[in-house]
Design a binder for this molecule. Structure first.
Ligand code: 5AD
Ligand code: FES
Length: 356
């Protein structure tokens, strides 16, 4: 790396660290700035993107995740194609223009079954399709793209390669970043992000996480506090910022300022830490997307990535109505249309063109 570039990164990291220290008036100013940047680049629309947790079967053993393979307490499930289609049809009628299909990693539903479901959703509804199903080979990503997948979410979780290795027995940071690079070449909109406060992380890690999002030039960025799950090896660990939870919002605000044009959701974990209002505050401090739980009620308690997930006893219809009320309560509007990343339609490969 050139000395000039190295210097530049150091000074960016230094300004992020300074922003993360903001208190009192400086903190209010930080939040105001993040909200103004969001409003300027993304407008006042909040897009509603329902998450369908279609399978909790997972082959991996990420130390933080309640769905890890070794957690024998989880009752595993994979929804049928028909049940998934039923949810997709209902979503299309409740202000939702994107279905976010999330699962564990591995073959809860095999690649071809998932491909066929993507095709059906694209043919039978107007929904944009986002998938989040972990590290996969290029051929699989490309195949799903050919089936009509619009977006893919794959968080890098932490930019610290050592910490990443400790948290993920099944994968390295380099492999994860490799998947993100491959995804970019397929023409899908690419989302990533990280957890805030993994045990052993420092503020430098956090600053570097924010910078990595910027370097990856992401279309969507999801971040949220790490929450220890009782049935994982991290059960007795604390969030690295347990005594300073304001930093979860500071990180979000700085993320917005450094990634003005990305779609940034107010993630569920904010409501788990600040019940009933965390996501509302997130929407006022940089976020512009709300991702309600759209999984059928019967599966919700079996998809506990972390404890304290809200809406476990709610029905999808109630969540959709509640979210609209929350958005209007903030004086914002519900986004219409698919809410694709800016300029996506004219990007090379975006319209199904296959690279050699
Ligand atoms: N606390 C907070 N977030 C978690 N995730 C997984 N486990 C936890 C946890 N214990 C996040 C990861 C993953 C996303 C689906 O949920 O960032 O990518
Ligand atoms: Fe589920 Fe409010 S988002 S009830």
């Amino acid at each position: 790396m050139s000395t000039e570039k190295t210097k530049n990164i150091y000074s960016l990291a230094a300004s992020i660290l300074q922003m993360l220290e903001a208190e009192n008036d400086a903190l209010k100013k930080l939040y105001r700035q993040a909200d103004a940047v969001r409003c300027h680049w993304m407008g006042d629309d909040v897009f509603i993107r329902g998450i369908l947790e279609f399978s909790n079967i997972c082959a991996n053993d990420c130390l933080y995740c309640g769905l890890r393979h070794s957690n024998r307490k989880v009752r595993r499930y994979a929804m049928t194609a028909e049940a998934i289609m039923e949810v997709a049809r209902q979503m299309a009628g409740t202000y939702q223009t994107t279905i976010v299909m999330q699962s564990g990693e591995g073959q809860g539903l095999n690649d071809a079954t998932l491909g066929a479901i993507i095709r059906r959703i694209k043919a039978e509804t107007n929904l944009a399709v986002t998938l989040s199903a972990g590290n996969r080979p290029r051929e699989t990503y490309q195949y799903w793209r050919d089936c009509g997948m619009d977006r893919y979410l794959l968080r890098f979780e932490t930019s610290d390669a050592d910490l990443f290795r400790r948290m993920h027995p099944d994968c390295t940071l380099a492999e994860r970043l490799g998947c993100l690079r491959i995804l970019r070449t397929t023409g899908v909109q690419v989302g990533s992000g990280f957890m805030i406060g993994l045990p052993g992380e420092t503020r430098d890690t956090l600053a570097n996480n924010i910078l990595l999002c910027r370097d990856l030039n992401l279309d969507m960025i999801g971040i949220g506090p790490f929450i220890p799950h009782p049935d994982t090896p991290l059960a007795h660990e604390k969030n690295a910022y347990a005594d300073n939870d304001e930093i979860f919002f500071k990180a979000l605000a700085v993320l917005r300022i450094f990634n003005p044009r990305a779609h940034i959701p107010a993630t569920t974990a904010y409501d788990a830490v600040f019940p009933g209002y965390g996501r509302n505050l997130a929407l006022q401090r940089g976020a512009n997307i709300f991702m309600p739980n759209s999984s059928p009620a019967q599966y919700r308690k079996d998809y506990l990535i972390y404890p304290g997930k809200p809406c476990i006893d709610e029905s999808p219809g109630r969540c959709a109505a509640c979210v609209v009320a929350r958005i209007h309560g903030l004086g914002r509007h519900v986004g219409q249309g698919p809410g694709h990343a800016r300029g996506w339609e004219v990007r090379p490969h975006a319209n199904g063109f296959k690279p050699e």
